[in-house]
Design a protein around this ligand. Structure first.
Ligand SMILES: [Zn+2]
Length: 544
């Protein structure tokens, strides 16, 4: 066998096919509703888990890389570490793309590795994963690994001299080291590691096919030592200071698993997750045990997402109509009022099999009564889904009125529900704010037209202008007031008139991560089932 040829690793020139990894997010939250969830609720409800830190095995892969980098005494420079990580990410991704057991979902570097695997390349030339500093580690996994207490970020004073570290390093405690060591056990005997990992030689396809069996993301549940090290990272606190955040994280995952146990649709649909938690909450809205408190907080978030989707229908319909019906320089105030009046017509609108026959000049309270009756057999998620599907302003308004009727009285539910329901952003009201203001407005007995007009001005026009100004110089305006007093509508980007997405509530991430650590699996007919470990986890966390 040839001697192991160790050659210095050079940075490969970046190829044009590398895709930018961070997409521009300006304009995706035109009403300031998503930021309530992402910045003011989730850091408390599920700390340490980012939307795109989705595959649990990276929680052992990156510790392994950092450990190997330090162990080989590579120069402690950011560019060296960057190259070290992205080369290995790319090669591991080639192997994952060759995995016979899975599609390597969310493998870092898939956009570059996937096409070369599909093209039948053999042997594979060396390359880099993604066009971003320190690759997927820098983008998605560094901050969770820091927060979960396995990695010291750049600048952390380390060693007896307390010298700030110029690069990220794996902490030298058992908890962190066991992650790197466990992955090392999987990779150390492979031909890839023995023969290619430290060279620049092209790698035969067969070598990477063999590697896949050992290192693919999907293999983690079958590797008890590595899997348990990742579970410990996620679900046991690194220190006393981390205990509260860790507890919240455990309760979030236990909630997800408990809901999944009742309804397998929770693994796939946001709405089923929302409905599951709302249903549980309404059965026992004041329950004060660990499970009850968890449900109360998450139910407030779920209701907020339902409310947001209804408001999104008003928004989308308003913006589209504005763009279609404005003259060359926008609409005047009377034209705007007339336009909104047109949107308040809902003669044909049908909810739960009942035709609502809404006219703009009738009392909104009368419409609310009819809508509440029509929606009797529908749950929160059914109604918000109906509003999103209709995607009209009047359907959005009707749904908001149904939610006004259904939203719990804060004095009658657990205070944690009220706490989360009251969260708002700089320019936008949250669940309680929007629905309480609407409720107060209904008391002055507006017509449907008047209520829609007020809703558009209060929750859409005001907040959107403030938010769009705050994002300048990026042009995210869907409309703005001209000096002439006209409202001028715009279509920013290719999808400026589409609905904006519901907030990511980490359900998808919790689904993938909890499957990866073996808390649930797919049965032979592909339906999700909790494993014994998953059941034990729920019972332990909720002290059942
Ligand atoms: Zn796989």
């Amino acid at each position: 066998m040839a001697a192991l040829s160790e050659v210095p690793e050079r940075a490969e020139p970046l190829a044009a096919w590398l895709q930018p990894s961070l997409q521009d997010t300006a304009g995706r939250d035109p009403l300031g509703l998503n930021t309530i969830t992402l910045d003011r609720v989730l850091p408390q409800l599920v700390p340490g888990i980012l939307q795109l830190s989705e595959r649990a095995r990276y929680f052992s892969i990156y510790p392994w890389m950092l450990w190997q980098f330090a162990d080989r005494k590579r120069p402690a420079r950011a560019d060296e570490l960057d190259n070290f990580i992205r080369r290995r990410e790319y090669e591991l991704c080639l192997a994952m793309k060759l995995c016979p057991h899975c599609s390597a979902y969310k493998a870092i570097g898939g956009n570059s590795a996937g096409p070369r695997v599909a093209a039948g390349e053999d042997p594979f030339a060396r390359g880099l994963s993604v066009d971003s500093i320190k690759g997927g580690f820098g983008l998605y996994y560094r901050s969770p690994l820091v927060e979960l207490g396995a990695v010291a970020p750049t600048g952390t004073p380390l060693g007896p001299e307390a010298v700030p570290t110029p690069i990220e390093v794996l902490l030298k405690d058992d908890r962190a080291m066991s992650l790197g060591r466990a992955f090392h056990e999987s990779i150390r005997d492979t031909e890839y590691f023995q023969r290619y990992e430290r060279t620049n030689d092209p790698i035969p396809r067969q070598v990477l096919e063999d590697l896949a069996e050992r290192i693919c993301l999907c293999r983690l549940p079958r590797l008890p030592t590595e899997r348990d090290a990742v579970r410990e990272l996620m679900f046991y606190p690194a220190s006393e200071e981390a205990a509260e955040a860790c507890d919240a994280r455990c309760r979030a995952f236990a909630l997800y698993l408990a809901l999944l146990d009742r309804d397998e649709g929770v693994a796939i649909h946001e709405g089923r997750f929302w409905q599951g938690v709302i249903t549980q909450f309404l059965l026992a809205p004041t329950a004060d045990n660990r499970e009850g408190r968890t449900i109360a907080a998450w139910a407030a978030l779920a209701m907020k997402e339902c409310m947001q989707d209804a408001l999104c229908s008003v928004w989308t319909s308003f913006c589209r109509t504005g763009v279609q019906s404005q003259g060359l320089d926008g609409v005047t105030q009377p034209e705007l009022a007339e336009m909104i009046r047109g949107l308040a017509d809902g003669d044909d609108l049908e909810l739960g099999g009942t035709r609502l026959k809404i006219t703009p000049d009738e009392p909104a309270l009368a419409v609310q009564r009819r809508a509440v009756a029509a929606a009797r057999g529908l749950d929160w998620n059914d109604v918000r889904w109906w509003a999103a599907d209709q995607n009209t302003a009047i359907a959005g308004l009707v749904t908001l009125m149904v939610f006004v009727d259904r939203v719990p009285e804060p004095s009658r539910v657990h205070p944690l529900w009220t706490d989360i329901a009251g969260r708002h952003s700089e320019h936008q009201d949250g669940l309680l704010g929007v629905l309480s203001l609407l409720k107060a407005r209904l008391r002055v007995q507006p017509t449907v037209d008047e209520l829609l007009d007020w809703t558009v001005r209060r929750f859409l026009i005001g907040p959107h202008e403030a938010i769009a100004y705050s994002k300048l110089p990026k042009a995210t305006f869907r409309f703005s007031w001209e000096e002439s007093g006209r409202l001028r509508f715009f279509t920013p980007g290719g999808h400026g008139l589409d609905r904006f997405d519901p907030s990511d509530d980490r359900r998808g991430t919790m689904a993938l991560l909890s499957e990866d650590v073996g808390f649930w699996e797919r049965s032979e007919i592909q339906s999700p089932v909790l494993t014994d470990d998953g059941r034990d986890f729920v019972a332990e966390v909720f002290e059942r």
